[in-house]
Design a protein around this ligand. Structure first.
Ligand code: PHE
Length: 450
């Protein structure tokens, strides 16, 4: 059976950017930046993206295109005798599945806010009541409904296929997102007091930069580029042999980082203009941003547009997350896409309830002081994701070997890859060491030695 694929470069870039650009850029990046001292963190993050993120994006695309299969099978197709590496694919599938279970909850909050703006009810909440408003919403059963909405849209798109589903939807939604963010950025930058926010974003404050900030930057670089989840491997397998992967990888990395910066320019000038704390954390876009809109003229309109933008960004990421497991299940068990999507979505719905109730009925149920949501969030982003990243580096650097990766990147010699020495050094040494550091730190193991 011929595998379905993207229609061409634009389709691939749109789909990959759709995956990479998501809540991580608009929701998470601004708040971890806020927590870690603004501009100084930004510099570290950019270094991580260039040195580790980009080479890993290249590697995942190359593995997928060479292996011509889903994330689990691709490793085996490349090295049939080395069965161990398949495990990287399996772990990536499990991780993407768990991430999707809580990612769709957060996307659900976003949809709820969008709806409440459009109907005008949220713009009536006084600024002082927004924190309670968010906590009440998150603690209620309402997010179950919105999560189901998100999962249903996601399932519908994924079931429609690669070209007609994922690619088409990204090609339409990515430009929409850009326009929406552009409008919002102009609005935010023209507020009185916006300069403070720009300073915060770009002026490095190195005193608040510690080892933890480095590791957070590195972990976020994986998350934001959708590395370590088999997504880029899966997408690579849908890519034609003639495609210039380095160009695609560079465009993807620039687009992802560019949107994170634009999101920062939407959020921080507004945060400072209205005297809020930039370190508000997780609730930044659910408490601070509505406050801004509720104060400004035409706030209902801008609020609706903002949450529409975030919702759009989230949906193109959830579809890519679901595609990983869908491609494994359809190819492994030889069942139809629709069947696979329905089964997986039902399972996801059940799992997501645990995260949703972590903010309500199950908020007291903790393991090592962490709720279900915290555990899912922590274990996937800080442990599994880097673990798959590490295995991918070791596979490419020491098992499959950089020269073969490079050959795949050069389309079998039809083009050249100029950074081959640097790539090989990074994938063999720099990236693995950096990832091991994330592990030791976030798992707490380092404390044993200190
Ligand atoms: N990269 C997405 C974001 O920035 C999140 C994501 C992670 C999506 C992993 C898919 C896979 O929001």
């Amino acid at each position: 059976m011929r595998r379905e694929g993207f229609s061409g470069r634009v389709g691939l870039i749109a789909a990959a950017a759709g995956s990479a650009i998501g809540l991580g850029n608009i929701w998470k990046f601004p708040y971890i930046l806020g927590r870690n001292g603004g501009g100084a963190f930004l510099i570290v993050y950019l270094i991580c993206i260039a040195i580790i993120g980009l080479p890993l994006v290249l590697t995942e695309f190359a593995i997928g295109r060479k292996g011509q299969a889903n994330a689990v099978q691709a490793f085996e197709n490349i090295m049939p005798k080395k069965k161990f590496w398949k495990f990287a694919g399996t772990l990536s599938m499990i991780t993407s599945f768990i991430i999707l279970s809580f990612y769709s909850m957060i996307a659900g909050w976003v949809f709820a806010y969008m709806f409440k703006y459009m109907t005008g009810s949220l713009s009536k909440v006084p600024v002082s009541g927004l924190t309670d408003y968010f906590n009440n919403l998150a603690g209620s059963y309402e997010p179950i409904f919105w999560t189901v909405v998100v999962l249903a849209i996601t399932a519908f798109i994924v079931h429609s296929g690669i070209k007609d589903g994922i690619e088409k939807c990204s090609k339409i939604l990515m430009p929409v997102l850009l326009v929406l963010l552009g409008v919002l950025m102009v609005r935010s930058l023209t507020l009185d007091g916006a300069m403070e926010g720009i300073k915060f974003l770009f002026k490095p404050n190195f005193s608040s930069l510690d080892g933890k900030a480095f590791l957070e930057a590195l972990a976020h670089c994986f998350y934001s580029l959708s590395i370590g989840l088999g997504i880029l491997i899966t997408f690579g397998s849908y890519t034609s042999k003639e495609e210039d992967i380095p160009k695609v990888a560079l465009s993807l990395t620039l687009a992802d980082t560019g949107i994170a910066l634009i999101a920062g320019l939407v959020i921080f000038p507004a945060v400072f203009a209205y005297g809020f704390e930039p370190t508000a954390g997780v609730g930044l876009i659910f408490m601070t941003i509505p406050a801004v809109f509720n104060e400004m003229p035409l706030g209902t309109l801008f609020g609706s547009l903002f949450f529409l933008a975030v919702g759009v960004a989230a949906i193109t990421s959830t579809t890519s997350l679901l595609e990983v497991a869908t491609s494994v299940v359809t190819e492994k068990f030889n069942i139809s896409r629709t069947k696979a999507v329905v089964m997986l979505t039902a399972l996801l719905g059940a799992l997501s309830v645990l995260s949703i109730l972590s903010f309500g009925d199950l908020s007291d149920v903790t393991i090592f002081g962490k709720t279900f949501f915290d555990i899912f969030d922590f274990s996937t982003e800080k442990i599994f994701l880097p673990a798959v990243g590490l295995m991918t580096c070791l596979f490419a650097g020491w098992v499959w070997k950089p020269k073969n990766v490079e050959e795949e990147l050069c389309c079998g010699g039809n083009s050249t890859f100029k950074l081959s020495k640097i790539y090989s050094f990074i994938i063999k040494f720099v990236a693995p060491v950096a990832i091991i550091c994330i592990f030791l730190y976030f798992s707490g193991i380092y404390k044993i030695f200190s």
